[in-house]
Design a protein around this ligand. Structure first.
Ligand SMILES: Nc1ncnc2c1ncn2[C@@H]1O[C@H](COP(=O)(O)OP(=O)(O)OP(=O)(O)O)[C@@H](O)[C@H]1O
Length: 663
């Protein structure tokens, strides 16, 4: 993809600058305090033994001396320097705290995220393991394990704390992953063909960082406290200096009784201080990770100025990429691009899509209408092979004709073929952009992800330029590439989703109620944009919506679904003027028209069928105003009536007498 220098320059500016966010998080005085205190403890832990004024075990004459110039923190009953013990102890305590937190967090993330994301047998086995560790009583187990490992030093303590602590975090992360993996933005990432490892790293883990960070920092504090408690109880090697062993000797030598506060005070204070500092750091991390928590001050004047100048720089410089040859095919040409035959989708015993057949031509808009539960989304997911268990396709064919004229069987594709088919040839715009976009990733980065997954050879500037171009195509200012989804209006979010869908110039775009959550003005803008893009770029659209008037306006062909079947398939105008199926007539009678004479809205009596208990014969029969006896006996197939077809027995030759009345 050749890039224009001007575009590259502009694109460079929309690269996310994650590094700066850390600096912004540090602007909070509380976070800064926490970070500084934590850093001081970490530095002391490293250099403590070198800067300690005395050997912490050296016995002197200055027994139980309060703080003085020679001994800043006083001495023990044996005249040992408490400051030196604290400095040596800082190393042991911080090592245990950080070491336990690393091991515990790695175990929790590995087990929790793997179990939650993979599900099935892996989830059952890993959850069983976590549950076993959860029901083991923590403190007694720690005491027993520590009793067996008193001389193994800090590593033994880390092992004990990690073994008894990982299961809780794993449970929380598993629950979060289970919920996240069903979110639309993870579905969208899967649909764009991203690999499982990348989905976990880019979509699942970033959304759990707050929990992981809280768990890590909490474990540091808990481990330091546990180590201190074990040492205090004499269950560790009490000749190794840690804040816990200082407390052990203070208690053993009756420091409390003799009022030697300087003996136990510093160790207690150090534990409390590091705990508080880590909590403050945790707040800062939360703010850094969750863009919604970031203060309004983040949009600094500087940032605003940068955006304005970027806008100016962008004017007149945006260069549209040359439209590929295949785009020059006239819209509405008759060659079939997608041929769906006798498709069936089951959810266990429920058949949600039953014997559905249709063709989609290049540049055509196929609108799918029908009440809620009629199987529209299930059909869309099946076409894209995004259906998930319990959904399965026991029967049918989906044939896709490639631009070179060769035809491929979509149902026979393996995962690699599917990965390139989805998004390169067929993309999906999901119903709710707020859920389909990753809340912790900038819009530009999300569009870029599809490019990274499918154009591994492209360079970062090329991708960034394409992001700018795509945003321009859908009418979003280029500087919005740096915005998070919550910073955009609903209409912009939906347009951003369309930009993601267009990223790889697909031949077909499946749009599942892309404008449902938007007000009518924005809805109109987006629909106009989709139609303009379709005419310009020449892709085909499968459009699903409840809005029948919109569907008639947009579509070339309309498929009406009822109880999982297509009951009418007709050119949009014919459908509007001469609906053939009684259900289509009912649907049209339920919608007001903005133009033309006022008409009474009659609607359709009754409610959509329960797919688990479909009536015999025609499933619309119980609600049909023109049903007759034969309708209870057999299910009608589609009958051709002019350019339309309808699944109604009134068009069967046997009942020809009725055709005159209904056609
Ligand atoms: N995960 C599932 N497990 C079991 N049955 C399901 C599942 N998802 C959908 N169904 C069944 O499939 C039928 C069709 O659902 P689908 O979501 O495709 O309908 P729809 O026409 O798209 O509805 P809506 O317009 O409300 O989105 C539903 O009535 C429901 O009974």
């Amino acid at each position: 993809m050749a890039m224009q220098p001007a575009v590259l320059a502009e694109a460079d500016q929309v690269e996310p600058r994650a590094g700066r966010l850390w600096l912004r998080a540090l602007r909070s005085p509380l976070t800064l305090t926490g970070v500084v205190i934590t850093l001081i403890f970490c530095v002391l832990a490293v250099i403590g033994p070198w800067i300690a004024p005395y050997d912490p075990s050296a016995v002197t004459d200055a027994a139980t001396a309060p703080p003085s110039f020679d001994h800043w923190l006083g001495t023990t009953q044996n005249g040992q320097d408490i400051l030196s013990q604290m400095l040596y102890g800082a190393q042991a305590s911080m090592f245990v705290g950080l070491g336990s937190a690393v091991v515990t967090t790695v175990l929790s993330v590995l087990v929790g995220v793997t179990a939650g994301y993979l599900g099935g047998v892996s989830d059952e086995l890993l959850s069983l393991l976590a549950n076993v560790f959860l029901v083991l009583p923590g403190l007694p187990l720690t005491i027993i394990l520590a009793a067996y490992l008193p001389h193994s030093g800090s590593l033994g303590i880390i092992l004990v704390i990690s073994l008894t602590g990982w299961a809780w975090g794993a449970r929380v992360l598993r629950a979060q992953t289970l919920s996240l993996r069903k979110r639309d933005f993870v579905e969208a990432a899967r649909a764009t063909g991203e690999r499982t490892s990348k989905i976990i790293l880019r979509d699942i883990l970033p959304n759990q960082l707050a929990v992981i960070a809280a768990s890590f920092l909490g474990t540091v504090t808990a481990a330091i406290l546990t180590q201190a408690s074990l040492a205090f109880l004499g269950l560790t090697d009490v000749t190794q200096w840690s804040w816990g062993t200082i407390l052990y000797w203070a208690q053993a030598d009756s420091a409390l009784l003799t009022g030697s506060w300087w003996w136990f005070g510093p160790a207690g204070l150090a534990i409390a201080l590091i705990g508080t500092a880590l909590s403050l750091v945790n707040f800062g991390i939360d703010e850094f990770i969750n863009p919604r928590l970031r203060q309004a001050g983040i949009a600094t004047l500087k940032a605003q100025r940068a955006q304005v100048s970027r806008k100016r720089a962008g004017r007149g410089k945006r260069v549209r990429r040359g439209v590929q040859d295949r785009r020059l095919r006239p819209a509405g040409s008759t060659d079939v691009i997608l041929d769906v035959r006798h498709l069936k989708v089951n959810y266990g015993v429920v058949t949600a899509v039953d014997d559905v057949s249709f063709t989609l031509r290049r540049g055509e808009v196929l609108g799918i209408a029908g009440e809620s539960g009629s199987g529209k989304s299930t059909l869309a997911y099946a076409i894209t092979r995004l259906h998930k268990p319990p959904a399965e396709i026991p029967q049918g064919e989906i044939r896709y004709t490639q631009p070179d004229g060769s035809t491929v069987d979509v149902l026979a594709m393996d995962s690699d073929e599917l990965r390139s088919f989805r998004w390169e040839e067929l993309s999906i715009v999901f119903q709710s952009a707020m859920h389909a976009l990753n809340p912790v990733m900038r819009i530009g980065a999300q569009i870029e992800d599809a490019l990274v997954a499918h154009r591994p050879g492209s360079t970062a500037p090329e991708r960034a330029a394409r992001v700018v171009e795509l945003l321009g195509i859908v009418g979003i200012p280029a500087d919005r590439a740096n915005s998070y989804p919550h910073e955009l209006s609903g209409g912009m979010r939906q347009r951003a989703m369309i930009a993601v869908g267009l990223a790889l110039d697909p031949e077909i775009i499946v749009m599942d109620e892309p404008t449902t959550a938007l007000d009518v003005v924005i809805q109109r803008q987006i629909i106009d944009k989709i139609m303009e893009l379709k005419d310009r770029l020449g892709f085909s659209v499968v459009f699903i919506t409840h809005d029948l008037s919109l569907l008639i306006e947009m579509s070339d062909t309309i498929a009406v679904m009822y109880g999982g079947r297509i009951v009418e398939l007709a050119p949009a105008q014919d459908f509007h003027e001469r609906p053939q199926h009684p259900y289509s007539r009912g649907l049209l009678a339920s919608f007001p028209t903005l133009s033309g004479p006022k008409k009474e809205l009659t609607g359709i009596p009754g409610s959509p069928p329960d797919l688990r208990r479909l009536p015999s014969g025609c499933s619309f029969r119980p609600r049909c105003p023109v049903a007759f006896d034969a309708c209870a006996e057999r299910s009608p197939s589609l009958y051709q009536i002019g350019s339309s077809s309808a699944a109604c027995l009134r068009y069967d030759e046997e009942h020809a007498v009725t055709i005159g009345e209904t056609a």
